[in-house]
Design a protein around this ligand. Structure first.
Ligand SMILES: [Zn+2]
Length: 145
């Protein structure tokens, strides 16, 4: 078990989001870049998320299933969620997320359609391709989805 744990830990990778997605360095420095460094953590592992998903963002840390390579737009998608989480003080993000999903599930009677229509997901899917989106994104942009 300890061996497995150690291997899991060794698989952890720290990736700079800005470097990876835009080829540019974060010039802000100091506390902001320290924060973005923490929030850019991507952990490859065998357990989170479950098999149906390739990645999940938990409190700003992106967990990726072992063997899955995240593309820039997928990392961007998850980083948009991190921005949304910060606006909602993390806890309220999850409360809103689950509540809206349940309401939409009642409306559409389809888990996947409900998931795709959550405001947070709509914004993240709509702008996942725009790798500079987070630089000019307006606060609480998901409210306008
Ligand atoms: Zn998403």
């Amino acid at each position: 078990m300890a061996y497995k744990g150690a291997r899991w830990f060794l698989r952890c990778k720290l990736n700079g989001f800005l470097r990876e997605t835009t080829g540019e360095k974060d010039e802000k420095g100091g506390f902001v870049s320290f924060l973005s460094y923490l929030c850019n953590m991507i952990i490859h592992n065998r357990y989170i998320p479950t098999k149906k998903f390739y990645a999940i963002n938990l409190f700003g840390v992106i967990f990726v299933r072992h063997g899955v390579h995240l593309h820039a737009k997928e990392i961007n998608h998850e980083r948009i969620h991190t921005a949304q989480m910060c606006e909602m003080l993390f806890v309220f993000f999850y409360l809103w997320y689950v509540t809206e999903w349940l309401v939409l599930l009642f409306k559409y009677k389809d888990r996947f359609v409900a998931y795709k229509n959550i405001r947070f997901e709509k914004e993240a899917y709509r702008h996942g391709d725009e790798l500079h989106y987070l630089r000019h994104r307006k606060r609480y942009a998901w409210l306008r989805e």
